[in-house]
Design a protein around this ligand. Structure first.
Ligand code: WTA
Length: 653
């Protein structure tokens, strides 16, 4: 073991520090004492956070923990939609803008809290008319339009757990999710706008519903007005919602009432239905949104670029920000339509103050070039966030410099669909950040980095990231699969939640996420993170993006194979010299042990629609196997191109 872990110790030397400015620190929501307060009495701390919500009945006990099953705020009664909407209107904030919606074609909507509440009440009444009752599951398959949030909140309002299926998933994927949750209703749209054209969604629903299911009705929002095939079970949203009463008094539900199911891929082919309940989830998303993003509801314009089809869209577009009364931007389309400066144009147009996005987009912007952000006024920004994968120091520095003008703190937030809310992150007014580190657990959360015997590794060492105390927003299980829940999360270290991520503590105890442990390679008995090799490659001026896999190697166990996208303008004509230089660059950054065995220049990397690189597929290519299931790729042709490229590279060898 020690050998494997030792190799992590010297992999990354990062000495840069970015403390918050005194001005930022002085106005920050979270001050240094918050860590102490949470440390002193964790449960009292969480009670205090829950107290910021509106409960119809207060809880009798904070926590019931029968590992691996937790219940939070037991006996409490609460309604998610009331917390997101009614209370703001009741307290005189009805005229505040909830969403500035920007459609891809340039159409806009400004929706106040009062208007959003009215829409949600009407939609809730429509669901009741259709026959949806508390506990019934509703599948939501929509583009990124305001009705997606309205649909989620209407379900929550009547206690019907929603299962949002990302609009980019296929009919098959939709059907398997409809079946697994046994949904009674599907809410969809005729289509949406993406990359300059209308795409259709409803045909995929029709296709899915040719399979076995218990769906009774399909509610269809009209977004694009394209020709849409119709059946008896279909209802136009505007027909049924349009004629509903604007009155609906929400009933409160038990704190542990299921709020939603969200499917995520696991190690097997069958997606896991991660399910979350109400009181604890709402408490943690609201608290983290306020503390980590430093939200000032009266003045900030918050923009989280995630689609509602992912957990980030659930927690930091719908529930967290609305509970906190935030004003947000919601954008329907892609960041390069109609031009590569679209995101920056929107930031300038609405005066966005807080931007929360993903490293993959940040690196894409780097690849496109600085001229796009530089053409727009980004001075309104005061805080930047990152989520979804480890952010390499190079991208972090670029984000800080080019997007944040060297004045905005960056919060690199680690969490998962399973954790429901942010777990590890700097606090922007407190933490002196290091580029590429998520730093430490937020107040109220406890994590450890341990070795294979669950022994904490100590500073300067790497191991497995575990969460050793229950937290309010934790998943309550895998829908319908109790055994799989225990097996997946609680068996690697009996009774302890294993996140599936590798992490390293630096000499000062800051946490560096190293990617999924299945992405950690083992070369000659040394454990090396794909993330760190990628980060080293991307720190070379010629490289825009890199993906690294460990390929089976008869000599060393695994060999490092890297796939790189070069920056625009870098010629690959003198390819061999450049590849040697890159291999040496990695060796210089990390050590000879991390020198890639092979580097292949590619034009695209295989990514899921949420932007995650599918290393599994690259591994198939690197190991000369038939490429596995690529159905969740955003662009299914990418793999064929990469395989061809690899073959010709081998011929050159
Ligand atoms: C990875 C997204 C490093 C990690 C919210 C985790 C991160 C998985 C970070 C969950 C981060 C997410 N730094 N890695 N800041 N954030 N991850 O369920 O591997 O889509 O286990 O949730 O993304 O992905 P999920």
């Amino acid at each position: 073991m020690s050998q494997e872990h030792e190799s992590l110790e010297n992999l990354l030397q990062e000495n840069r520090r970015f403390p918050p400015s005194p001005q930022f620190a002085a106005q920050a929501n979270a001050k240094p004492e918050i860590y102490e307060r949470a440390e002193r009495d964790r449960l009292a701390f969480w009670e205090e956070q829950a107290g910021a919500l509106t409960w119809e009945k207060k809880w009798d006990a904070v926590l019931d923990w029968q590992p691996p099953y937790a219940k939070w705020f037991i006996g409490g009664k609460i309604n998610a939609s009331v917390n997101a909407l009614d209370r703001h209107v009741a307290q005189g904030r009805g005229d505040r803008v909830a969403f500035y919606f920007e459609g891809e074609p340039g159409d806009t909507q400004t929706i106040t809290y009062a208007q959003l509440l009215t829409e949600v009440k009407k939609a809730a009444n429509a669901l009741i008319e259709i026959g949806i009752k508390a506990g019934d599951r509703v599948a939501i398959y929509m583009p990124m339009i305001p009705e997606a949030a309205v649909a989620m909140l209407a379900c929550a309002r009547i206690g019907a757990p929603h299962s949002v299926v990302f609009g980019g998933f296929s009919a098959d994927a939709l059907l398997s999710r409809i079946q697994d949750a046994d949904a009674k209703l599907v809410i969809t749209a005729d289509g949406g706008f993406r990359k300059g054209a209308a795409f259709a969604l409803k045909p995929a629903v029709d296709e899915a519903l040719k399979g076995q299911h218990n769906v009774e009705k399909v509610l269809v929002v009209q977004r694009t007005k394209q020709e849409t095939a119709w059946t008896d079970r279909d209802i136009w949203w505007h027909d049924i919602v349009g004629r509903q009463s604007t009155e609906h008094v929400a009933e409160s539900f038990d704190s542990e009432h299921p709020l939603f199911i969200l499917y995520t891929s696991g190690t097997t082919a069958k997606p896991k239905g991660i399910f979350h309940t109400t009181g604890g989830y709402l408490t943690q998303v609201a608290y983290t949104h306020k503390a980590v993003f430093d939200l000032k509801a009266e003045s900030d314009i918050f923009w989280c670029t995630a689609d509602v089809g992912w957990v980030t869209g659930h927690s930091y577009v719908v529930y967290g920000p609305l509970i906190n009364g935030a004003t947000q931007v919601m954008y329907e389309g892609t960041p390069d339509t109609p031009h590569k400066g679209r995101v920056f144009e929107i930031i300038a147009k609405y005066g966005v103050t807080i931007l929360y996005t993903a490293p993959t987009l940040i690196r894409t912007w780097m690849k496109w070039g600085d001229e796009f952000p530089k053409a727009h006024n980004l001075h309104s920004l005061r805080l930047l966030g990152s989520v979804g994968e480890p952010i390499n120091p190079e991208a972090w520095m670029w984000y800080r410099d080019v997007i944040g003008g060297n004045r905005c703190p960056i919060v690199d937030t680690w969490w998962q669909t399973e954790t429901g809310a942010i777990m590890i992150s700097p606090l922007p007014g407190v933490t002196a950040t290091k580029p590429g580190s998520a730093m430490k657990t937020i107040p109220g959360i406890s994590a450890q980095v341990v070795d294979e015997n669950a022994v904490p590794v100590g500073n300067g060492r790497g191991g497995f990231l575990i969460l050793d105390k229950p937290w309010p927003a934790m998943l309550r299980g895998i829908w319908g699969e109790g055994a799989r829940y225990k097996e997946t999360y609680w068996s690697r270290f009996p009774g302890i939640y294993f996140a599936g991520d590798g992490a390293k503590l630096d000499d000062e105890g800051a946490i560096w996420l190293l990617g999924r442990v299945d992405d950690v390679m083992n070369v000659s008995g040394h454990r090396i993170s794909t993330t760190e090799v990628e980060s080293a490659l991307v720190s070379h001026e010629a490289v825009a993006e890199a993906a690294v896999v460990g390929a089976a190697d008869a000599m060393t166990g695994q060999g490092i194979v890297a796939f790189v996208i070069l920056r625009t303008g870098i010629a690959h004509a003198d390819g061999v010299a450049l590849l040697t230089e890159l291999r040496n660059h990695v060796a210089k950054q990390i050590g000879a042990i991390a020198k890639p065995r092979q580097i292949l220049v590619v034009n695209e990397l295989p990514k899921t629609r949420s932007g995650k690189i599918m290393r599994r597929l690259l591994k198939d290519v690197a190991e000369d196997r038939k490429v596995g299931d690529a159905t969740t790729l955003a662009d299914p042709n990418v793999m064929a191109l990469i395989s061809q490229g690899l073959k010709s590279a081998k011929d050159e060898d």
